[in-house]
Design a protein around this ligand. Structure first.
Ligand code: DAK
Length: 260
């Protein structure tokens, strides 16, 4: 499959997806979603990938939303199909075993913020503006925004952002716990890659288990969530990497993990 709007590159163990449709501020139409889905599949199939960074092409936007021009004439049935497609692609992204990092370099509105929220870590440039402005178009978020934003920042903040449709700037995004760090535009991607490369040095099975347990546990009662952790912790002692990690520590050398 040739991709017109999605670039996928690998720098050793770190994958970088760039959504590159700057003329429409990287808006997600059906083609972009399909190409993104394909790229996520390629990352999933890449045995040596240890972290994925996602960013937007051009100077202005991460992703300015689902494509309004494409959605404008949708019937209810078409809207349902489009929402299903978005949910499916973002769920696939979320189900990657490796950590994912959103490098939010500008506007992350509507489907763009929903994409960033489907990533594990979210860093923003000083220029970023993040919001769910769908009610201004007389619709609601359709790719998981009502749920993932609420889980990320709590009900009250999510209601404020979704009911007003007003975006927040980078500093506010950090203040409300949506973004981890605010960076100068030129420092954003290097910082995200640095985090990704650091993760890539850690025990890959352990990182994947940590991601799985955090994600699965978040929707469970604490007792059940803690049980997931207990089981995963024990299982890791059956891996070669656990033996290597602890042996390397005791021998005061760097561990050489095999993802096994
Ligand atoms: N869709 C399509 N084109 C877009 C776009 C978008 N979301 N955002 C920007 N563009 C296009 C503009 O139309 C313009 O195209 P040309 O006129 O040059 O051909 C080009 O990108 C540059 O944009 P501007 O000229 O407007 O640039 P400015 O710097 O003046 O303004 C802006 C930047 C980000 C403030 C502005 O473009 C803007 O407000 N954009 C729309 C942001 C927005 O409302 N995003 C949320 C989209 S709604 C659902 C499924 C999904 C969703 C909901 C329901 N179901 C199926 C139920 C999700 C909805 C959304 O994401």
């Amino acid at each position: 499959m040739t991709s017109e709007f999605i670039k996928l590159e690998f720098d050793g163990p770190v994958a970088l997806i760039t959504i590159d449709r700057p003329k429409a501020l990287n808006a997600l139409n059906a083609q972009v979603l399909s190409e993104l889905d394909h790229a996520i599949g390629q990352v999933a199939a890449h045995a040596d990938a240890r972290a994925l960074v996602i960013t937007g092409g051009g100077e202005k936007a991460f992703v300015a939303g689902a494509d309004i021009a494409e959605m404008a004439q949708y019937t209810t049935a078409q809207a349902l199909a489009f929402a299903s497609r978005g949910h499916q692609v973002f769920a696939r992204l979320e189900s990657l075993s490796i950590p994912t990092i959103a490098a939010v370099n500008g506007f992350a509105l509507g489907g763009g913020l929903e994409l960033a929220l489907a990533c594990d870590l979210l860093y923003v440039s000083e220029k970023a503006k993040l919001g769910l402005p769908e009610v201004s178009l007389a619709v609601i978020p359709g790719f998981g925004g009502t749920q993932r934003l609420t889980r990320a920042v709590g009900k009250a903040r999510a209601r404020e952002l979704i009911f007003t449709g007003d975006p927040v700037d980078a500093n506010k995004a950090k203040e409300i716990g949506l973004a981890l760090e605010v960076l100068a535009p030129e420092a954003l991607l290097p910082r995200c890659k640095e985090v990704a490369h650091k993760i890539a040095t850690r025990g890959p099975v352990a990182v994947a288990q940590a991601k799985r347990v955090i994600e699965a546990g978040a929707d469970l009662p604490l007792k059940d969530a803690n049980e997931l952790e207990r089981q995963a912790f024990a299982l890791l002692f059956g891996t070669d990497d656990q033996k290597e990690g602890m042996k390397a520590f005791l021998e005061k050398r760097k561990a050489a993990f095999k993802n096994a």
